[in-house]
Design a protein around this ligand. Structure first.
Ligand SMILES: NC(=O)c1ccc[n+]([C@@H]2O[C@H](COP(=O)([O-])OP(=O)(O)OC[C@H]3O[C@@H](n4cnc5c(N)ncnc54)[C@H](OP(=O)(O)O)[C@@H]3O)[C@@H](O)[C@H]2O)c1
Length: 255
């Protein structure tokens, strides 16, 4: 995630490598990232906060307590903290660093690496100017939505974790095609183009998902048979329940 965010900032030109500082506990990862991206290295997490106006905490939720403890003496009322971790609230951060500093809670997803991310953001105690800078960091790498912080746990199921369900759906379609004797490369090409085209239809046709489903389903035809089977397996409710499990895990991580 850190690599994707840094890549987006450099590509957009909103900051150059001289003004970006990174730290990672893994020395080899830190060296590689600094070398590949042409950015600065800090000796520890506190060093990043000391030399920066905006700090992105791109560690796993389980590592937040130790990172916040290590930076708390460097955090002040005008240092912006950006959190991208599932389930970590601005209240939790304010409590851990002992200051209600300006913050942005962000839920990006991995297609950000290709500049095709879908990112949700919520703002906390921050000026329009600082928020606009953080907004652009992610808007330069794809679509962004600004939400109330109360929605930041449930949105993980919608954009943060959802690429994994899409890949599973794609894998099932490709594996089926291969079983039927279609070359894997051709199947991959057709499935990916179908996912992209269907997403464009959803966004641009003005039709609802129900209407689009109807338009593919000729009476007595093949699509209806496939949909009947998905219905029999309760596909729709399986997706809803999976997303609900995702949100519940975010709530557990918040505790
Ligand atoms: N992956 C996604 O699709 C996705 C989507 C949205 C949001 N997020 C959020 O983004 C955050 C990062 O995810 P990721 O997939 O990029 O994780 P990641 O690949 O594990 O990257 C986190 C890096 O931080 C290092 N680290 C651990 N403790 C540290 C410390 N005290 N100080 C400095 N560095 C430390 C980790 O080292 P070790 O490997 O040694 O622990 C690792 O190199 C998570 O909070 C996740 O919830 C991820």
């Amino acid at each position: 995630m850190a690599t994707a965010i840094i890549g987006g900032i450099l590509k957009s030109g909103s900051a150059d490598g001289e003004h970006i500082t990174v730290y990672d506990v893994m020395a080899d990862k830190l060296d590689l990232m600094a070398r590949e991206k042409g950015i600065q290295k800090a000796a520890d997490a506190a060093g990043v906060v000391r030399s920066s106006d905006i700090t992105v905490l791109a560690v796993k939720p389980q590592n937040y307590a130790e990172v916040l403890e290590s930076i708390k003496d460097e955090v002040s009322g005008n240092k912006v903290i950006v959190t991208i971790a599932a389930g970590i609230s601005t209240d939790y951060i304010a409590g851990a660093v002992g200051k209600d500093c300006p913050m942005v809670r962000v839920m990006p997803n991995t297609p950000l690496l290709l500049g095709k991310g879908a990112t949700a953001l919520s703002r906390h105690n921050i000026s329009d100017e600082d928020f606009s800078f953080v907004y652009d960091m992610f808007a330069n790498g794809g679509e962004v939505s600004v939400l109330d912080e109360s929605k930041m746990n449930s949105v993980i199921a919608v954009n943060g974790s959802s690429p994994a369900y899409v890949y599973l759906f794609a894998k099932a379609m490709i594996d089926y095609a291969v079983k039927e004797g279609i070359a894997a490369g051709e199947a991959m090409k057709l499935v990916c183009a179908t996912l992209r085209g269907s997403a464009d239809m959803l966004e641009k046709s003005g039709d609802t998902p129900e209407v689009l489903i109807k338009k593919v389903s000729s009476p007595g035809g093949t699509t209806l048979k496939a949909l009947e089977k998905l219905d029999e397996k309760d596909f729709y409710n399986a997706v809803i329940e999976a997303m609900d499990a995702c949100t519940k895990r975010a709530e557990e991580l918040s505790k």
